[in-house]
Design a protein around this ligand. Structure first.
Ligand code: G3H
Ligand code: 13P
Ligand code: ZN
Length: 324
């Protein structure tokens, strides 16, 4: 099947208590790892491309890689989404260039500026059959194109006016997630019996208040990697240095997926699996220099991370057919 929008996916995810995985893609191996796992687990999927990904890999290469995945995986619905679109021009370029969904991220601007830019994108997108994600509230964390030193939670009292005046199709909110592999400072966390950092819980009170104001409306969580300690350890044992990297506990994401959260963004966990595996391979095989040899196990491990997310975190395995 051709690329789809996320409309039906979100409708079913909301109704049946799961979330769609939105995974960032930058190269062929990542596209393959994600879509092969989704195909095998019969899961709908959102492949998303950031401004940085477009600068790195080139818009056309990424679109063609995703189109190749559509051909290879006809059994599953696939959305091509712009992640953190910084302005109308970037959103327009993606809408004109084959994307089926865009995010306009004006969360760093004033409420009125956010509404004005989002509305402009929504009007253009809807005229072209494309859906729009917007954001209210800012995430903390550091991720090159989306860096906010200090986050601010979404204010539930603003969401009705924002959704009505913009006409957006889904809304990303800030409830304590953040981008990257260092989501919390050690002093914000406690330590469990194994000495692993335990972050403060997500603000489910805010999520529930938002959902009460916007019943039936799909909510999005960014910054939702869990930073698997297995891969942090693999990186640290093979020449890397990532002290105190910590993510969002998976049980909390599973809880959110049962509520109004219909899209969960995961990028850093895939990067950690890829990098950890390559570091380990390199350390164990200092004589190898064929990229295919180290990218093959790296791709295989990314695929297993995605499979785990689909089954144990998002709950969307086996849902491909109902999302068509
Ligand atoms: O939230 C952003 C995504 O993780 C993409 O990151 O800007 O490094 O491509 P990027
Ligand atoms: P992570 O850095 O937690 O993977 O978040 C990714 C994201 O929100 C992409 O928009
Ligand atoms: Zn994000």
């Amino acid at each position: 099947m051709a690329l789809v929008t996320s409309k039906k996916m979100f409708e079913m995810a909301y109704k049946n208590g799961y979330a769609i995985g939105a995974f960032n893609v930058n190269n062929m191996e990542i596209v393959q790892a994600i879509t092969e796992a989704c195909k095998e687990e019969k899961a709908p999927v959102i492949l998303q491309v950031s401004k940085g990904a477009r600068a790195y890999a080139n818009h056309t290469y990424l679109v063609k890689l995703v189109e190749a995945a559509v051909i290879e995986c006809p059994e599953i619905p696939i959305v091509l989404h712009l992640d953190h679109g910084p302005d109308f021009a970037t959103c327009k370029s993606c809408i004109d260039g084959g994307f089926t969904s865009v995010m306009i991220d004006y969360s760093g601007y004033s409420f009125e500026e956010n509404i004005a830019e989002t509305k402009k994108v929504v009007e253009y997108a809807h005229d072209h059959g494309v859906v729009v994600e917007a954001e209210l509230g800012t995430l903390a964390g550091i991720e090159d194109e989306v860096s906010h030193a200090v986050g601010s939670y979404t204010r539930p009292e603003e969401v009705i006016e924002f959704a009505e005046r913009t006409g957006c199709d889904s809304l990303a909110i800030a409830i304590g997630t953040s981008h990257g592999a260092y989501k919390f400072k050690p002093e914000q966390c406690t330590r469990n019996e194994k000495g692993v950092l335990v972050p403060p819980p997500l603000r489910f009170d805010i999520l529930k208040a938002v959902s009460e104001k916007l019943p039936g409306f799909p909510i999005v969580l960014h910054g939702s990697s869990s930073v698997p300690q297995e891969y942090v350890k693999m990186i640290n044992e093979n020449g890397g240095r990532m002290p105190d990297a910590v993510g969002i506990p998976e049980e909390q994401l599973r809880e959110a997926a049962k509520l109004s959260v219909c899209k969960i963004n995961i990028d850093s966990d895939l990067r950690l699996a890829l990098t950890g595996t390559i570091r380990k391979f390199m350390a164990e095989h200092p004589d190898k220099f064929d990229p295919r040899e180290y990218l093959k196990p790296a791709r295989a491990n990314v695929k297993e991370v995605v499979r785990h997310k689909l089954i144990d975190v998002l709950g969307c395995a086996g849902k491909a057919d109902e999302c068509r």
